[in-house]
Each structure stands twice: as C-alpha cells, then as structure tokens.
Ligand binder design. Sequence first.
Ligand code: SAM
Length: 441
Amino acid sequence: MSVAAACSLSRKGQLLQPPVKAMRRGSREPGGEEAEAAVAAADWDGEVTLGSERRRREPQQQQQPQQEVQQQPPLAMTVSGRDEEEEEKLEREHFRRIINAFRYYGINMHERVNRAERQFRTLPANQQKLLPQFLPHLDQIRKCIDHNQGILQIIVNDCTNMFENKEYGDDGNGKISPASTFDMDKLKSTLKQFVRDWSETGKPERDSCYQPIINEIVKNFPKDRWDLSKVNILVPGAGLGRLAWEIAMLGYTCQGNEWSLFMLFSSNFVLNRCSETNSYKLYPWIHQFSNNRRSADQIQPVYFPDVDPHSLPPDANFSMTAGDFQEIYAECNIWDCIATCFFIDTAHNVIDYIDTIWKILKPGGIWINLGPLLYHFENLANELSIELSYEDIKSVMLQYGFHIEVEHESVLTTYTVNELSMMKYYYECVMFVVRKPENSI
Ligand SMILES: C[S@@+](CC[C@H](N)C(=O)[O-])C[C@H]1O[C@@H](n2cnc3c(N)ncnc32)[C@H](O)[C@@H]1O
C-alpha cells in the first residue's frame, strides 16, 4: 500500500486540498459552547483530519507519576461567542506554538546540560578529579540532543508541508521563543512514545497493551465469519498510531483519532515518511538524569520504525483523524468496534466518553478497553475532572445498557517504560469488552 504523503488543512470545514476522504464537524465540548469543529484531512490512503484539537488543553500527557505533573499555563480555550476569525487565529497560534516547541527542544535541553556542567564545576577540584568521565559524558549528551533536534526539525519541516495552508505553518520569521515547561514535557513524552509504538524496544510493552485488544478483535470478528474490510474499528486517542496500524494490517477498516499536535506531527512523520526499517534513531532517555545505573544508559539510542509502516496490504483501509474524539464522532451507529488503550482517563468527564461510545457503536458492536485510571485533569486547577473508580464506570456502563463480556481487573503493563532505569512504573490495568446489545436504539 502506498502511504500517500498528502495532507491538508481545512479552515472552518472547507478543505483546501485533496485528497480527502472525510470531513466531520464537532459536537458539544464539555464545558464549552456548541462548536463546529474545523477539520482538515490528510491521507495515507486514508485521511488525517485536523482542526478542533486546539479547543481543549493537551492533558498531562502521560501515565507517569504525579511528581512529573506540570501545571498547564493559560492557553487558548473555547470561548463563548468567539467568531470565526478569532477561532482561526487561535488555531494558527496553537499550531505555531507546537512547532515552536519542537524547535525549542535543543535550547531547552542544552540549558539543562549546561546547568549540570556548571554545578559540577562548583565542586572542589579534588572531587572533580575523581570523575574524569563526567564532563565528557555531558558532551555526549549534547551530541544526542543535537541529533534529537535534527529529527524534530525533520518532523516539523514535514508538518509545514503537510498542512498546506501556509498560515498554519511557519510564520516565516524563523524566531524560536521559549516554550513552556509543559510543552517541553509533552515533547519529551512524545519522543518516548516512539519507543512504545515504533521500536523493537517497545515490543514487550505493545505485547502487554495492544495484543490483548487485538486478540479480542480477532476473536469477535474472525475472518471465516466476517468480511474484515467491512468491520469498522475506531481507535480514539491513537498516540503515534501503532495499534490502529496493527488492526489495519489484519485487514480490518481502522481509523485512529488523536488531537495532540505533538502526536499528530510525529505520527504523520512515521506513517507517511518512514519506510526503511530502523533507519532513524532517537535518544529518548537523555532527559532522565536520575536513576541511571550507568551513564551510558542515558545515551542509549532507540531505532525506529521497527517495521515498514508502508507495508500495509494494498487493499488496507487505514486512516487517522485529528481532533477531539467527542467533537468529531457524532454520527450514531457507525462503528463495529471501538478500541481504547490508555485513553478513557484523558476525559474531563468519563461519562461523556461512555455516552459518545454508546451512541456511535452499532447495535451489536463492542467496546474494548485496556488502561489505568490516572485522570489527566486531576491536578489541573480550573479544569473539570470527574474521577470515577472503575466500579463506578462499570455501573455507568451497565446503566447505559452495555453487556460485559470480558473483564480483567489487573492486567500488568507499563507505559513508555525505560527498561534500563532504576525506577519503573507498572499499571494494573482494567481490561474489558462490553457489547451494545443488538436490540438497542
Ligand atoms: C495516554 S495516551 C495513549 C496513546 C495510545 N493509545 C497508547 O496506548 O499508547 C492518550 C492519548 O489520547 C489523546 N487524547 C486525549 N484526549 C483526546 C480526545 N478528546 N480526543 C482524541 N485524542 C485524545 C492524547 O493526546 C494522547 O495521545
């Protein structure tokens, strides 16, 4: 399958450039007004749809410990009565803000390493002498930073082409401004997501998180009873797209959905631009100055992609949409299966997610979920965050009418784990398969 490079940006639902397969408009955003999602699309024999993601904050990216949580600085939010022009302006600003963050990475990281050097140099000479490798190690980290920055630059260059509308691309002045700590953390998390989704190193993690979901899909939609190309599967919160890609590889029609531009820029690069196996490398662990057994662990490279993303079968139907899952997917009874992995805790209100999933699933369709409940908005002031226990979520699902078919309360997984680190986080995830009954309306 040829993965088409074309990707285009829409303004207020007006596509500027083919090829595009889908346009969707948003629905109500929690806490906001009824808003139309400006949506754009890009295609890799499918489409990327971009637009409304700016409306919501990028939640704390990941399922990492609370001490890493950063307070989000004020940023563009949906405002009641905002006109079209204002909306476009905010979208453009957000787009540029994320591009700027990609470019600021090197400056930010060099500052970090310079600080380490300055502090080392404050030590008494006799102590410095004990560690002749310390400063050379920092120099090695500097090289790794420059390498990572090179990859990020390629990703960003690609995005300015990808989203054809120049206004959304580079503002042309080439200036790099300081990015927020929050955005820098998001970017560093995105680098780790490359490991999870597209490296050989991430395989054990994918086996624990994605494989149980894939097994359920295969079990529920076996190829001797289904025309797989007619089974529509949606993966909301698709990250860098590997789970959705794997599902499409099996012959199902699969669409990933994602609203973080950090993720979308990066997944566009992997899915549309990378083809040679392990042809790129990143240094995803250089940001970690603690819990390294050996200094060399910090500068371990990770190669990607471990598979050729273009190797989908010629008739595969794989697409990605960009935007808020709840805004984009409003059409009822469309999906045979919705697969959520480490996703439902990204909700301000998980009941809204359940509601959307219930509506858009076909009667008889299934929802497969695997993940923890580390609510992304829990520690963000002024953000709605309804933190339900799994027990409560289950009760809500049952009241909607879902039938529980599979339930495991303790599936051991990791999320973008650094195997070499002296500190690792494990999740005892909940996994369930629930069905919307055939006779439901
Ligand atoms: C914890 S990550 C999981 C990514 C991927 N499913 C995995 O397991 O690696 C959650 C993802 O959901 C995305 N996300 C959060 N809220 C979303 C929304 N309302 N619509 C679409 N994507 C969303 C985030 O940007 C993030 O990439």
